[in-house]
Design a protein around this ligand. Structure first.
Ligand code: ADP
Length: 482
């Protein structure tokens, strides 16, 4: 029998056992079976990783941008060469279909290459001075060693999207990925080492989130924390960061509205909704939680969407033909099911789904049927709490004014979508929506070329786009009397 993979910590260029000596099982969301084991690190391991990142900072930050870019390009090349192994790890642990895992690898490569190049464009400024004998200059310097905490839903791309801008800017990293998806994090560290990233520049601590988080947040030498995860944990980290006025980037929860006006291309809207709502089984922070359809077109839209949703092939994501995998665990299924039942109880109409299906060969998997609910109103939990599951919740509206008021009536502000052929309306509505990202006749807002991030309780800071390194740089003003 093949021995089960045991994931260790990577600190100062060494693979090591956790101080606790403990390991925990990793469970496949598709089969419920144990697939590997992961080290349970704690604050003692985090401390070692912080020491290593501080020690490595001196050399790494002093390297030229070109040297760092060369290493990051090599890292991107290695991601490509190990595409299959990476997609397998992502799919096996998160449950998502291999096709989506493959897209995640592509996106990670894009981010690595983009940030490698951005590192060479950290331009300073020379500003006209108020007197003849004075000169004013602004330079950018890396903030220092940073901590990156990442979630399970995009276990690879979230890591690459955080560590590559940090590395390009000259920062060193202590990475704490989600406990349930360590495989891709381990592969990232192996490939980083092969790419020539020196010991201590990237460190991996797996294990007890609270203890590791506390160590990272209370050590003054860690100058910044970049986090993607729930708003609840984000707020906790923000409070801890306040004590030392640590820099923060937060990519938190969302509750995206998707608005379809009566003049929209209905076929396109239904295709996009079917894609984005059920992507990663609805477990993405930008997937639409509320779908507002103009009253006059709701019936044909539901019929179009129903056909597409009922055609989705559900199963173990590792099987290539599967289009929708399981949810991350059984608690997630229960939460989604409770939201669906609450909505039905309060008057929603179940169009399709709403069940916990049994999939052949995956009897212990955590699956939920792709679901459509119509007649959603704001009294239902689903209308204001993030679903993180494959449920398309449809409400109707009559006027632009009315739908904008509903769409903005949330504490979240990550992504929003509008479908219309009316140019003036698309401009008006996209400017009125209080969100960090708006897609017009488009749901693919995650593009390396654009700044990804939210406002309000969805967070602060941006990943990708021009200036993707800014969150990892300090501005320094230098004035000179000559
Ligand atoms: P999700 O609901 O997507 O799992 P979480 O916010 O719970 O989102 O988790 C995102 C990341 O934050 C994971 O790596 C998790 O281990 C980590 N995390 C959770 N609680 C804490 C904490 N108290 N301190 C630091 N990190 C934490």
């Amino acid at each position: 029998m093949q021995e089960m993979e045991k994931y260790m910590l990577y600190i100062d260029g060494q693979w090591m056992e956790p101080v606790s000596g403990n390991y925990e099982n990793i469970i496949s969301p598709a089969t419920g079976k144990i697939i590997s084991q992961v080290a349970v690190g704690d604050e003692r391991d985090a401390q070692k990783a912080i020491d290593a990142s501080v020690h490595a900072f001196k050399d790494w930050s002093a390297r030229t941008a070109g040297e760092r870019a060369n290493i990051l390009r090599k890292f991107a090349q290695l991601l490509e060469q190990n595409r299959q192994q990476l997609s397998q790890a992502v799919s096996a642990e998160s449950g998502k279909p291999l096709k989506e895992a493959d897209i995640e690898v592509t996106r990670s490569i894009d981010y690595a290459l983009w940030n490698a190049e951005e590192g060479r464009r950290i331009y300073g400024e020379t500003i006209p001075a108020p007197s003849r004998n004075k000169r004013i200059e602004v330079i950018h310097q890396p903030v220092g060693p940073i901590a990156a905490i990442t979630p399970w839903n995009f276990p690879l791309s979230m890591i690459v999207r955080k560590i590559t801008p940090a590395l390009a800017a000259g920062c060193t990293v202590v990475l704490k990925p989600a406990p349930t998806t360590p495989g891709s994090a381990v592969l990232v560290c192996q490939l980083a080492e092969q790419a020539g990233i020196p010991a201590g520049v990237v460190n991996l601590v797996l294990g007890d989130a609270e203890k590791i988080g506390k160590a990272l947040l209370t050590d003054k030498r860690i100058r910044k924390i970049t986090f993607t995860g729930s708003t609840k944990v984000g707020k906790l980290l923000l409070k801890q960061a306040a004590d030392q006025v640590k820099r923060v980037s937060m990519e938190l929860g969302g509750h995206a509205p998707l608005i379809i006006f009566e003049d929209a291309d209905l076929e396109q809207a239904a295709t996009n909704v079917a894609q984005i709502k059920f992507y990663n089984s609805g477990q993405t922070c930008i997937c639409p939680n509320r779908i507002y359809v103009q009253q006059t077109i709701v019936e044909p839209f539901i019929q179009l969407l129903k056909k597409k949703v009922e055609a989705l092939k559900i199963g173990n994501g590792l099987q290539p033909e599967v289009e929708m995998g399981p949810l991350v665990n059984h608690q997630a299924v229960e939460k989604v099911h409770a939201q669906v039942n609450d909505a039905i109880h309060k008057g929603a109409t179940l169009i399709t789904g709403g069940t916990i299906p049994t999939i052949e060969g995956c009897e212990n998997g955590s699956f939920y049927a792709p679901t459509i609910l119509a007649n959603i109103n704001h009294h239902m939990t689903i209308a204001h709490e993030e679903t993180f599951g494959p449920v398309a919740a449809i409400a109707t509206f009559e006027s632009e004014e009315e739908v904008l008021a509903h769409a903005n009536n949330t504490d979240y502000g990550l992504a929003a979508y509008v479908f219309t052929k009316d140019l003036a309306r698309s401009i008006r509505v996209s400017e009125e929506l209080e969100y960090g990202m708006v897609g017009i006749n488009d749901t693919a807002v995650t593009v390396v070329e654009g700044p990804f991030g939210g406002i309000k309780e969805s967070g602060m800071g941006r990943e990708g786009g021009p200036g993707s390194l800014h969150d990892f740089l300090n501005k320094k003003l230098i004035t000179t009397t000559i």
